[in-house]
Ligand binder design. Structure first.
Ligand code: GCV
Length: 647
């Protein structure tokens, strides 16, 4: 029985799956072989496409054969073409589903010439989106923490929204770019959200059922204090037998409701969340206790490494937040259970526009690691600015220690909400798509992924060149007009949007730039600073140790230097600050003009939404430029050598 394709609610953007994308498949004679639920999903997709574009499901002379030879869980597929017939084979429905969407992505090219059979399989087994969605509206963070795309797709005002057709459509979009897991609630687990684990698991089960036909397993963020908060126990000590029994029972009941449940995501001892430290236990003790509860059911615990002191004294220069994850977790390498995955933010701080790759990633060879990226643009323009993160993520994933040592999984904080464009800014859809594709193949060329997204979303005849130009450099543009040379933050406290150079300078959060009249930046060298640079393996420890070898873009992350320090680019630090801030704004103006020229060539609602967001981006970029430039002019007293206006 073919599973019907989800129907998009009125006014909701089809994103990278417009009907036209299915024309090449839908106009052909297609044979489907195999059985199982995901084969039925593929069957439904093909039937719908054929009904629309005049093709047919056919036994004889098929132009496309989609065959699942068995019913295993493998995600791999083989694609080939001979004698006018394109063939996708997989050993089960999952692989067939990914193979089908691969053909959709290729479009007409899948049906031309000959193609030697090529095997595709994902580099990482788990490609997960973490939704920081609250079930009940949080008084400060709202429905979605750091969400810039409206409310939650799953929850509204304390309960499940029940709009499961939209959730199905979401699952379909995710499958089409390769994502296979979704955590449905915020890692900051408040009281209402905590109950999803027990008496409200049925609401999660409904979401899981909607996502399942697209190969997506559901996960839940849980609070470490659940045995106390939900179970009425007096302790959540991970080594206490009653605590272990409680988790084993609660977990067994989760699996009764959701047999293919993926597992738990846990933020412990971080920014006020409870954790094992309260009982004098290690994070390995905490993670392993949950891993033990999940193991009999085939589940995994994702234990976040985002553990640091958020009540630091800004006067204390010996504490360095960047060191924290490594200091906490490296001594625990080899002590985590096989189904406990340490989920590590890609940088040592917090999703800034430029950070070095976390040294933890290369330093725990005996621990399963997931790298966490942030698709939601908390520090990169909050989906009001165009900031395509593909090149940044690609740099992270290709970085020596990460690439060499490997990480098992990729996770991104979701940028999706109930907005009709899914991501608030229509061009932010490119971030979601790129994440999925990079998670499948971390060494893929991000520019090619961008073009793929453009082709699907805007059609084969869309203004591909212009769209590529607008998006491709947008991350570097954003970097230019915001905090310079890797120093980070300088954002308005709390909501993190817009400039405030000293916004976090005298705060407890460990996020300082230390600008004075002579210079700026954080000395993280081993010789004279916090020693953070020494957390890297060779050659990076040496490269970062000295201002002479440290890459320009990270200079102020690793070193406190005088304003007159000459960069590898030949410019002084102060002149670099002025130049990049003027350039950044000019680049926004240029991109905005390109976008304006596309009026009439892209769908009107999409054009209008992006045009409106560009107005705000430009206003904000000018604000960043003028505040940052004026701040450093006033601190340093060094004028811009080109005499441009600073205030
Ligand atoms: C979910 C940053 C964000 C928080 C977020 C936290 C995390 O600090 O500002 O909103 O909390 O990261 O990743 O846990």
């Amino acid at each position: 029985m073919p599973l019907p394709v989800p129907v998009l609610p009125d006014g909701v953007d089809p994103a990278w799956l417009p009907e036209e994308a299915f024309r090449p498949v839908g106009g052909r004679r297609v044979l489907i072989r195999g059985s199982g639920p995901l084969v039925e999903t593929v069957h439904g997709e093909v039937a719908e496409a054929c009904a629309r574009f005049g093709g047919a499901l056919a036994e004889d002379d098929p132009e496309l054969v989609l065959e699942a030879t068995g019913d295993d869980g493998s995600e791999a597929f083989t694609l080939g073409r001979r004698d006018g017939r394109t063939t996708v084979t997989a050993s089960g429905g999952r692989g067939l589903l990914y193979g089908f969407f691969h053909v959709v992505r290729l479009g007409e090219a899948a049906f031309q010439g000959e193609r030697r059979a090529e095997e595709h399989r994902p580099a990482s087994a788990l490609r997960m989106l973490d939704h920081w969605d609250n079930v009940a509206v949080h008084p400060v963070m709202g429905q979605v923490e750091r969400g810039y795309a409206g409310g939650s797709l799953f929850w509204a005002d304390g309960r499940a929204r029940g709009e499961l057709e939209r959730v199905r459509a979401y699952g379909r979009l995710l499958a089409a770019c390769g994502i296979n897991a979704v955590a449905v609630n915020n890692v900051n687990v408040h009281e209402t959200e905590a109950r999803l684990l027990t008496d409200r698991i049925g609401e999660v089960a409904d979401i899981a059922a909607a996502l399942r036909p697209y190969g997506i397993r559901t996960q839940l963020s849980v609070t470490f204090a659940a045995p106390i908060v939900l179970g009425g126990l007096e302790t959540a000590d991970p080594l206490d037998d009653s605590v272990r029994r409680w988790w084993a029972g609660a977990t067994a009941r989760v699996y009764e409701a959701i047999p293919d449940f993926g597992g738990y995501v846990v933020k412990a001892d971080s920014e006020g969340q409870p954790g094992p430290f309260a009982y004098g236990r290690t994070h390995a003790d905490g993670a392993n206790m949950l891993a033990g509860a999940l193991a009999p059911h085939g589940g995994t615990v994702h234990w976040r490494a985002f553990v640091y002191d958020h009540r630091q004294d800004w006067r204390d220069r010996t504490t360095d937040r960047a060191r924290a994850a490594y200091d906490h977790f490296v001594p625990l390498d080899g002590r985590f259970a096989p189904n406990a995955v340490l989920q590590v933010k890609h940088g040592p701080m917090d999703f800034q526009v430029r950070e070095p790759v976390s040294p933890l990633i290369g330093a725990m060879p005996h621990t399963a690691l997931a790298v966490e990226l942030q698709a939601t643009q908390e520090y990169t323009g909050q989906q009001r600015h165009v900031c395509w993160l593909g090149p940044m993520w690609s740099e992270v994933l290709r970085f020596g220690p990460a690439a060499g040592r490997g990480f098992e999984e990729l996770v991104a904080v979701s940028n999706v909400g109930d907005d009709p464009f899914w991501t608030g800014h229509p061009l932010a859809q490119a971030n979601l798509y790129t994440f999925g594709r990079l998670a499948w193949r971390p060494d893929a060329d991000p520019g090619a992924i961008l073009d793929e997204w453009i082709g699907l979303t805007f059609g084969a005849d869309g203004p591909a060149k212009e769209l590529h130009a607008v998006l491709d450099g947008s991350w570097r543009t954003y970097e230019k007009y915001t905090a310079p040379l890797g120093v980070g933050f300088m954002v308005q406290p709390g909501h993190h949007y817009g400039p405030s150079v000293d916004g976090y300078e005298y705060s407890p959060w460990g996020t300082y730039h230390f600008a004075d009249r002579d210079g700026v930046g954080v000395d993280r060298s081993s010789a004279t600073g916090t020693g953070y640079a020494g957390q890297y393996a060779t050659p990076w420890a040496e490269t970062y140790e000295s201002p002479g070898t440290c890459p320009d873009e990270l200079l102020l992350f690793f070193h406190h230097v005088p304003y007159g320090h000459v960069l590898k680019s030949g410019r002084t630090v102060i002149q670099h600050i002025y130049d990049t801030h003027f350039e950044g704004v000019a680049e926004v103006e240029a991109a905005m003009a390109v976008w304006a020229s596309l009026k009439g060539r892209v769908e009107p609602a999409r054009h209008a939404r992006v045009a409106e967001r560009y107005e705000e981006q430009l206003r904000c970029a000018r604000e960043w430029r003028d505040q940052v430039n004026s701040y450093f002019f006033r601190k340093s007293g060094v004028p811009d050598e080109r005499g441009r206006t600073v205030y």
